[in-house]
Write a protein that binds this ligand. Structure first.
Ligand SMILES: Nc1ncnc2c1ncn2[C@@H]1O[C@H](COP(=O)(O)OP(=O)(O)OP(=O)(O)O)[C@@H](O)[C@H]1O
Ligand SMILES: [Mg+2]
Length: 495
């Protein structure tokens, strides 16, 4: 790709970007939120038409005018915001557009597609029936289905836009294995990630983007992580994890024997004012389900929850929000944001009560508050009036954060808060979390990134198959201990 330029109203997303990828290579594309990574790849995969620039594939100039053309050329993109059809099965999604047919009447061969899907998924360690509806599977599994879809069409170039953001270490290992095999088959892979360690373990070369330009390309063996960070953000990040100590106060939230059939067993937990408690475990361990029960999005079958010592039961998220509980969901596209609405409307959505004056929303106050968050969280948007759909993935995550900060909740549950967030902004979010706990807010942080959990949490709760299997204090916690508990290898400690 040479001299690719792409403008949107008020934003120059790409400014003469260059990228060259070889067959059999895994090429990393890195850069801050909003640097232009996804846009450049959407140009390559035919979703966007560049204003200028040339794409050369296998030696000849190509006009990639649509995703269909891209597919014919052998270019497949796995989007950052997954693109599956929730009401269709895993097999239907994988074979959408290249269905297997049978006989002269070209009947859809469902059985064959299901078998083939399961085979494709099994080839990288995924046990998943082809007949399951996509809406019933986790985000991580959806990611795996997207990958199976990409390999089912025999692509020459596969673009993975932050595939690892929602995967746990085990799934990640399987993905890396698969990438190794694809490379041997001569497939070119463009790999976008904010987790730089990954890039050094699987990518041959790396291209760094900054403000729509590609500023550097090199062999990964020639550069260090610090050099890449400097190229990305143009400054050094000294204190990545702020070394602060919290000073927890009294208990604010308590769960006693909370059980939800088939999902949560006998959950006991207590959260204190001014602390960050971590909740970790493998995908499917029940962390998100637990968050949803606390937030009133789902109901427990038995057990009791207490807020400030008083028994509460929330029939809906509205009731939980009114009581001072916020949930930043892992699935921002479906649950965290209304993509067709503006940054301003998304920010105020859960706090409108506070903005209503004489029956109308006070738009001036709404704008002012939103501007404050745009400044504090460094949300990269041309204005408060930009539609959230047009923001980069990580920037959208910051808008979800702004929404919950604006509610002034006393208990905040953060489900994978730094997913898709660039290194610089991550450090800012960590700082912000410390500021919140200093004000007495209690944070329950769900995260699969063990380093983040180890550094940020006063206490770490580990879940395995719907149960809390252990609790570790920050001082005694190690990656090994957490992993052992997450896999159910250790006896429950005192919770
Ligand atoms: N359809 C669009 N309309 C308007 N602006 C857009 C559109 N798509 C992208 N942009 C803007 O282009 C810039 C680059 O966005 P892009 O999504 O490529 O960033 P990114 O590098 O992928 O970031 P992230 O790491 O957060 O995913 C951002 O400022 C974004 O808001
Ligand atoms: Mg992106």
């Amino acid at each position: 790709m040479t001299d690719i330029t792409k403008e949107f109203p008020g934003v120059r997303a790409l400014d003469g970007a260059q990228l060259s990828v070889e067959a059999g290579e895994c090429h990393a594309l890195v850069g801050e939120n909003g640097a232009g990574k996804s846009t450049l790849m959407k140009v390559l995969s035919g979703a966007y038409h560049p204003d200028a620039g040339v794409i050369i594939l296998g030696g000849s100039v190509q006009q990639v005018t649509s995703p269909i053309v891209a597919r014919k050329l052998g270019i497949t993109m796995i989007h950052q915001e997954l693109n599956l059809l929730p009401e269709m099965t895993v097999a239907e999604n994988i074979f959408l557009g290249h269905e297997i047919v049978r006989g002269p009447l070209r009947w859809l061969d469902k059985r064959a597609m299901e078998n083939k899907s399961e085979e494709l998924l099994a080839s990288f360690g995924q046990k998943l029936s082809g007949r399951t509806l996509v809406k019933k599977i986790s985000l991580a599994q959806q990611q795996m289905v997207e990958i199976a879809k990409a390999i089912s069409v025999q692509s020459k170039v596969i673009i993975m836009d932050e595939p690892s953001a929602i995967l746990t270490d085990r799934e990640l290992a399987e993905l890396f294995d698969l990438i190794g095999r694809l490379k041997k088959q001569g497939v070119a892979i463009v790999y976008i990630s904010h987790r730089l360690e990954e890039i050094f373990s699987i990518c041959d070369r790396v291209t760094v983007m900054r403000d729509g330009k590609t500023v550097h390309t090199d062999q990964t063996s020639n550069v260090t992580q610090d050099q890449i960070i400097r190229l990305m953000v143009g400054r050094e990040i000294e204190q990545f994890f702020p070394s602060q100590h919290s000073n927890p106060g009294g208990e604010i939230l308590r769960l006693e024997s909370v059980t939800q059939r088939g999902k949560l067993h006998n959950i006991n937990l207590s959260l204190r004012k001014g602390e960050i408690a971590g909740l970790t475990g493998l995908v499917g361990a029940g962390r998100t389900e637990l968050a949803r029960v606390i937030f009133g999005a789902e109901q427990a079958d038995s057990g009791q929850m207490f807020l400030d010592g008083r028994p509460v039961s929330f029939r809906s998220p509205r009731q939980a929000i009114d009581a001072g509980i916020g949930l930043l969901t892992e699935d921002r596209k479906n649950q965290g944001l209304v993509l067709s609405m503006m940054v301003r409307e998304n920010t105020s959505m859960a706090s409108l009560v506070r903005l209503v004056k004489h029956g109308f929303v006070d738009i001036r106050a709404e704008k002012e508050a939103t501007r404050g968050y745009i400044r504090d969280l460094q949300i990269k948007t041309p204005s408060t009036e930009q539609k959230v759909r047009n923001l980069s993935g990580g920037t959208q995550q910051k808008v979800v954060l702004a929404k919950w900060l604006f509610t002034k909740s006393r208990v905040l549950i953060f489900d994978e808060p730094t997913r898709g967030i660039d290194v610089g902004a991550k450090a800012e979010i960590y700082q912000l979390m410390w500021k919140l706990v200093a004000q007495g807010i209690a944070i329950l942080m769900i995260s699969s990134e063990l380093i983040e959990v180890l550094k940020m949490c006063d206490r770490i709760l580990v879940m395995h198959e719907g149960e809390i299997t252990g609790e570790l204090k920050q001082a005694e916690a190690t990656q090994e201990k957490i992993i052992a508990m997450a896999m159910g290898l250790e006896q429950p400690a005192s919770c």
